[in-house]
Design a protein around this ligand. Structure first.
Ligand code: NDP
Length: 454
């Protein structure tokens, strides 16, 4: 049967764009359907605008603590509307770059919601009127619609922000209550506090960043507390009420807080609702679409990548899934995504970065007897003349039997830059002896990784 296109991509986020561009570069006739601006979560409402805000927070932190270096900043003013405007402009610029590169590759862009009519036909629907604007057909369809913030089921929840709302702000609030202890909650707590907002953070468990190595989470807890972020563990938000222009949060414990705003960051979920997948009866894996190792769903014409499948929900993972999909199906290159040793970072200040197994995971898999931990914690030289003497922490988890590095963890400045490179060596099967045989580069923080003995 003849179709209008070889491939329809539903969702122009990082993964969808990567797949559409790679498939088009092989000569495939590609259409992409997107309801928002081109770019998706990472470019428009995630990694990129967030990281620009992290730079702002980092700059202010350095300015307020530069006196010991002879740099006196009597009055540092922060105009949040300037930052927010500049961030929005940069995001638009990047969105346009993506649109232009789609144009250059002859990818047809349809604006609207994508809705399945059948396995080869997707309707482009107006999000406001729900009118069908167009029907598009293709041999293959790739779903890459990404995720959306999970909503808490509590009274008054609509008064709170999700992370999406942050990037639409005109100004920063004076006080903010943040719910959650994961990536988004910690990153925004750090950004807002470092830029002058008073922050209260409500965490339902006993630790920040559950799933990360405990030492990293402890370092972050100490650092956020010393910064003045009011961390409330073992508690949950019960309801929100508007009182005299402010928001009153009531916690399960009965405590009440009055803040200008509330940010809920309790996870994200696949944004599959608008696709009308019920017509296709695709196999699910919980709330995610079930796919095989080449990202094929239970329908052989339909594929899924990114935050809608049960794999690490990270931008580079989605991009690689998109490229591998295109390589396999439009260039006959037999490739698979390598899910081993995916480096991760949480962009707090200082930041956390990690690759491989945490001490807890390694203990569970290999038992405590079979692993060895190398760890050091010290005040980095950059903090010598600062009032804030926060420490950094470096940790290696080693398999005693074969000396292989199982995990590498770091809390401190530039941790993400360092761990990105360490992840290359973990993928190559590096041993502790290889670290020991490597000359240190002095004076740096990361030299401690090659000088740890025990
Ligand atoms: P996370 O899964 O990282 O964290 C969710 C947090 O909310 C956890 O502390 C969790 O607690 C808590 N939580 C979940 N449900 C409830 C509830 N009902 N009541 C109270 N607390 C709750 O999600 P985020 O929203 O922070 O981020 C979503 C995803 O986005 C991340 O998992 C990551 O994939 C991606 N991301 C990546 C970034 C990066 O790479 N730097 C930055 C931002 C996002 P508990 O731990 O007890 O489950």
């Amino acid at each position: 049967m003849e179709f209008e296109f070889d491939l329809i991509v539903v969702g122009a986020g990082s993964g969808g764009l990567a797949a559409a561009k790679r498939a088009a570069s092989y000569g495939a006739k590609v259409a992409i359907i997107e309801v928002n601006k081109i770019g998706g979560t990472c470019v428009l409402r995630g990694c990129v605008p967030k990281k620009l805000m992290v730079y702002a927070a980092n700059n202010r932190r350095n300015m307020v603590s530069a006196e010991g270096y002879g740099l006196i900043n009597k009055e540092i003013t922060f105009n949040s509307s300037v930052l927010l405007k500049n961030v929005r402009e940069e995001v638009s610029r990047l969105s346009h770059i993506h649109s232009n590169s789609l144009k250059k590759l002859n990818v047809t862009v349809f604006e609207g919601l994508g809705r399945f009519k059948n396995q080869n036909t997707v309707e482009v629907v107006c999000p406001k009127t729900r009118n069908i604007l167009r029907k598009v057909s293709a041999n293959k369809v790739l779903i890459s619609v990404g995720g959306k913030p999970k909503k808490l089921e509590i009274p008054g929840v609509d008064l709170a922000w999700s992370s999406d709302d942050i990037f639409e702000l005109q100004d920063f609030p004076k006080t903010l209550l943040i719910v959650g202890g994961g990536y988004i909650a910690c990153e925004f707590a750090s950004i807002f506090k470092n830029l002058g907002t008073e922050v209260i953070q409500i965490i339902r468990g006993q630790n920040l960043l559950s799933g990360f190595d405990k030492d990293l989470s402890e370092c972050l807890k100490k650092s956020m507390t010393s910064l003045g972020i009011d961390l409330k563990f073992n508690n949950q938000l019960k309801s929100i009420k508007k009182i005299k222009g402010k928001l009153q949060s009531t916690l399960v414990s009965g405590s009440k807080f009055l803040t200008n705003n509330i940010l809920i960051a309790t996870g994200r979920e696949p944004a599959l609702k608008e696709l009308h997948l019920d017509t296709l009866n695709l196999k699910m894996d919980g709330i995610y679409l079930d796919v095989n190792e080449v990202n094929q769903t239970s329908n052989s014409n339909i594929f899924a990548i990114g935050d809608i499948i049960k794999r690490p929900n990270l931008t580079p993972v989605a991009i690689e899934q998109g490229r591998v999909f295109a390589d396999n199906y439009f260039a006959d290159r037999r490739r698979k995504v390598n899910y081993q040793n995916i480096p991760k970072a949480v962009f707090t200040i200082p930041e956390i970065s990690t690759v491989g197994l945490s001490e807890e995971e390694a203990t569970e898999i290999y038992s405590e007897l079979n692993i060895k931990i190398f760890k050091c914690s010290f005040t980095p030289m950059s903090n010598t003349f600062k009032k804030n003497k926060s420490k950094c922490m470096l940790k290696l988890v080693v398999n005693k039997k074969n000396d292989k590095i199982l995990g590498c963890h770091m809390f401190g400045e530039a941790a993400s830059e360092i761990i990105q490179m360490v992840s290359v060596s973990l993928n190559a099967g590096i041993t502790k002896k290889d670290f020991d045989n490597t000359m240190a580069l002095h004076p740096t923080i990361s030299e401690e990784f090659v000088t740890m003995y025990g």
